[in-house]
Design a protein around this ligand. Structure first.
Ligand SMILES: [Fe+2]
Length: 139
């Protein structure tokens, strides 16, 4: 997958984390492509824990700037997190077909970046950037 401008939220701290994650995603795709399943499992575990960190930062900013759709946004985060965890657990258990896990991991990552980051995170980013320009809301 290639990084696109559409993935930029305009909020530095969020974009920095997303770019780091993006690098890991390509590592994961390479690991699966090379059938290096031990590495793929390590990267999946990293994605689950790193996902949590980036969510904390988003949630903190959305609360700070009273983002009105925070509940539905965080619900989406939980949905993604659950799916990542399921994949990680299936990969760790070693019972499922690795090619099938690889396929689902790629679909999920694609959905996350194009469906969540490029749309929902950008929406929150615009709200935060606008709120930061209001003198009363300056933090
Ligand atoms: Fe988000």
């Amino acid at each position: 997958m290639e990084w696109r401008d559409a993935f930029q939220t305009g909020i530095e701290s969020i974009d920095r984390t997303h770019r780091q994650l993006f690098g890991k995603i390509n590592d994961l795709i390479s690991a699966f492509a090379g059938q290096d399943f031990p590495s793929a499992r390590v990267i999946l575990a990293y994605l689950v824990s790193h996902h949590e960190e980036s969510e904390d930062e988003e949630a903190r900013l959305m609360r700070q700037y009273d983002y009105p759709f925070i509940d539905s946004h965080l619900r989406e985060h939980r949905r993604f997190k659950k799916k990542f965890l399921e994949l990680k657990e299936e990969a760790d258990a070693g019972k499922a077909d690795q090619a099938y896990i690889s396929f689902r991991a790629q679909l999920l990552l694609f959905d996350w970046f194009t469906g969540h980051i490029a749309r929902i995170d950008r929406h929150a980013g615009r709200h935060i950037a606008n709120a930061r320009q209001l003198p009363m809301r300056a933090a």
